[in-house]
Design a protein around this ligand. Structure first.
Ligand SMILES: [Fe+2]
Ligand SMILES: [Fe+2]
Length: 327
């Protein structure tokens, strides 16, 4: 039993051993935690950080691909890309709404993104140089996102888990449209094949970095696994992604840019070469090729939207006396 009526998220609940044990018992019993349930402040904060970061990634992720909407090579490609970029915007909105159930406002989250306190996935700090990059992003970046997000459908926090179910369905369409672009290019002219290979060369390693630092260097992993926010470690997910993706590259005649990649019969998976974590850290710190542009674009959108927020506030203020009078 846990203390009914105590709202952990208000910061006033005393986190006694009994409270923490009762909370852990609910998690262990695979019960979903809902917004008004008592929860440890650390659990709430971890989720706010993770869901906020996830929401920002969806929104910032619209930028590199949006860059190609006007230059898609056919009407069919343009329609598919437009739909995909819109989906990502929708994912961002679900996720901001899920984070808001934990007592943080969308304004606060946006301010944290703009002043650098909140992060988004570093993968979006790389530029999209050719049309093949749109294929590589769908195939690899959305493919990696699916590996991360399928276990999140079983996350212990109800609103996040439910949002992920729909998001994952859409991500699998993104992955397929990306792979189909790569397949078409790989079967095209020599120049097109080279373009596809070049995109794979540039996006492969950053995609592996999307799973985060190696388990031995991952600071938040253990507690998140215990709380069933995470179900697999970073390295486990990265391994699943590599094992699923390497045969897909082979099938379309492209080469994964890792000379150390070898099939390991004993573990039933691939061994891969070393990941350049210094690059990961550099990009995370803001030194990637596109960090400044991405934040500048989000800042502009926020500034351009000031009149909408102002109008919404004025409208709400006008309605308030009428609503009170009607009571
Ligand atoms: Fe998405
Ligand atoms: Fe996606």
């Amino acid at each position: 039993m846990y203390a009914q009526g105590l709202i952990g998220a208000d910061g006033k609940t005393e986190e006694t051993d009994a409270f923490l044990a009762a909370f852990q018992a609910r998690i262990d019993a695979e019960e979903k935690i809902e917004p008004n349930d008592p929860m440890p402040e650390g659990y709430r904060r971890t989720l706010v950080r993770q869901i906020g970061q996830h929401a920002h990634s969806e929104i910032v992720g619209m930028l590199p691909e949006g860059n190609w909407v006007t230059r898609a090579p056919s009407l069919r490609r343009k329609v598919a890309l437009l739909a995909k970029v819109q989906d990502e915007g929708g994912h961002g909105l679900y996720l901001y709404a899920a984070a808001e159930t934990l007592g943080v406002s969308r304004e606060e989250m946006t301010e944290q993104l703009l002043d650098g306190r909140a992060k988004y996935s570093s993968i979006f700090n790389y530029p999209t140089q050719t049309w093949a990059d749109i294929g590589a992003i769908g195939w690899l970046v959305d493919g990696a996102a699916i590996m991360n997000q399928i276990p999140l459908c079983r996350c212990s926090y109800g609103p996040y888990a439910r949002a992920m179910i729909r998001v994952c369905k859409e991500e699998s369409f993104h992955q397929r449209q990306g792979y189909e672009i790569m397949m078409t290019l790989a079967q095209g002219t020599e120049d097109q094949r080279e373009m596809a290979q070049d995109a794979l060369n540039r996006w492969w390693w950053p995609s592996l970095m999307m799973f985060g630092p190696s388990d031995k260097d991952s600071v938040n992993s253990d507690q998140s696994m215990k709380w069933k926010i995470k179900r697999f470690t970073n390295d486990e997910l990265r391994q699943k992604f590599i094992d699923a993706t390497v045969p897909q590259a082979e099938k379309i005649g492209l080469t994964v840019p890792d000379p150390d990649l070898t099939w390991n019969e004993a573990k039933g998976g691939y061994d891969h070469g070393p990941i350049d974590w210094s690059e990961f850290k550099r990009v995370l710190k803001g030194e990637g090729p596109m960090n400044r542009d991405r934040i500048r674009a989000r800042q502009k959108a926020w500034d351009d939207g000031a009149w909408v927020r102002e109008a919404a506030r004025a409208h709400a203020a006008k309605r308030q006396p009428a609503a009170l009078a009607a009571e």
